[in-house]
Design a binder for this molecule. Structure first.
Ligand SMILES: CC(C)(COP(=O)(O)OP(=O)(O)OC[C@H]1O[C@@H](n2cnc3c(N)ncnc32)[C@H](O)[C@@H]1OP(=O)(O)O)[C@@H](O)C(=O)NCCC(=O)NCCS
Length: 306
């Protein structure tokens, strides 16, 4: 979090905040709940870096933020902690050149469903990349996202078992999801696994490679991972192509049972170690790392959930 001070007219209840209109980060809501100033002349915003940058504050003063003037928490009259403070996985962001990633949130569900229904993810003629054709679920896509990926995962998030699905933007537009998760307790094995997909029009342009590189850099550099695992069904050339380009080596073939219990499919396992990692040309910048490390039990003064 970066603290930004700015000045507003004396005794006003509305203070102009300078934010570029074209800024891709969408809503004013994080600003209103992040507002923590007591004196309307000098207000301090606690703003996550990814939402607003200091240089943007120098631009036009078009957006107005209400100064909260009544006591809204019993303790000191101010709410000073954000949802990202309470639940640090929400505070992790990764950027790499034109790519930016932040954890999927429940408010993403409607846009997510719309994009998947409009563009699709897989083609009939190609190898089905998933065990279940979840992108064909129509009206259920959004609620499945909420119940199966987000709510269930947040409720059980612990150092032994966690999952962080990132919403990926390329030059500000939603393009897909990059997931990173534990298959085994990370503190013991230092191994993480990834999964990813892109909307159909976004495929085949190098974005899948870039987002895998970015999440692997986060895992190796910020979390101290020693191995990254991945898997793709035999014949899924685009996924295997990403793994090859990023430096993974084959690590055996598994049989996965079909969900209907009728037979199995073969998945190629892949493994990446730091020495073999092919990094992206742009630097990978992550925020929210310290709090996230503590939350998953990596640092001594851990506030990990049990
Ligand atoms: C898998 C996926 C994320 C890869 O992302 P992408 O942006 O399409 O892949 P990239 O453009 O970065 O390509 C990576 C490499 O694979 C190759 N590749 C991509 N699509 C290919 C295809 N259909 N056939 C053969 N090779 C392909 C590329 O040529 C590239 O190698 P190169 O640069 O040496 O030519 C994306 O294609 C996707 O979402 N597919 C559907 C869902 C899916 O399969 N998810 C993974 C489940 S394991």
């Amino acid at each position: 979090m970066r603290k930004i001070g700015f000045h507003g007219p004396p005794s006003c209840t509305w203070v102009p905040v300078a934010v570029r209109h074209s800024d891709p980060h969408p809503s004013n809501q994080p600003l209103t709940h992040a507002l923590s100033g007591a004196n309307p002349e000098t207000v301090t915003l606690n703003v996550p870096d990814r939402l607003i940058r200091a240089d943007q504050l120098a631009e036009s003063a078009q957006i107005r933020v209400r100064v909260m003037d009544g006591p809204i928490s019993r303790q000191d009259g101010r709410v000073t902690r954000t949802i990202e403070d309470l639940f640090p996985p929400f505070g992790v962001t990764i950027t790499c050149g034109p790519l930016s990633m932040r954890p999927l949130r429940e408010s993403d569900a409607p846009g997510f469903e719309d994009a998947v229904r409009t563009h699709g993810i897989y083609d009939d003629g190609r190898v089905m990349p998933f065990l279940t054709p979840w992108a064909d679920a129509g009206d259920r896509i959004g609620v499945n996202l909420l119940q199966r990926l987000l709510w269930s995962n947040w409720a059980t998030f612990s150092p032994d078992q966690w999952q962080l699905p990132f919403r990926v933007e390329f030059e500000g537009r939603f393009v897909g999801v990059q997931d990173v998760f534990t298959r085994t307790p990370f503190l013991a094995t230092r191994t993480l696994e990834t999964g990813s997909w892109l909307l159909r029009p976004e495929q085949g342009r190098g974005t899948g490679t870039l987002m895998r590189q970015a999440v692997c850099a986060f895992a190796f550099d910020d979390l101290g991972a020693e191995r990254m695992a991945s898997g793709a069904f035999l014949g899924n050339e685009s996924s295997l192509g990403v793994s090859r380009k990023v430096g993974y080596v084959p690590n055996g073939v598994h049989r996965l049972p079909q969900p209907d219990g009728e037979g199995w499919r073969e998945e190629l396992q892949l493994l990446l170690t730091p020495d073999a990692f092919v990094r992206p040309s742009d630097p990978v910048v992550c925020t929210g790392v310290d709090a996230f490390r503590r939350f998953i039990g990596l640092d001594a003064e851990s506030d990990a959930p049990s």
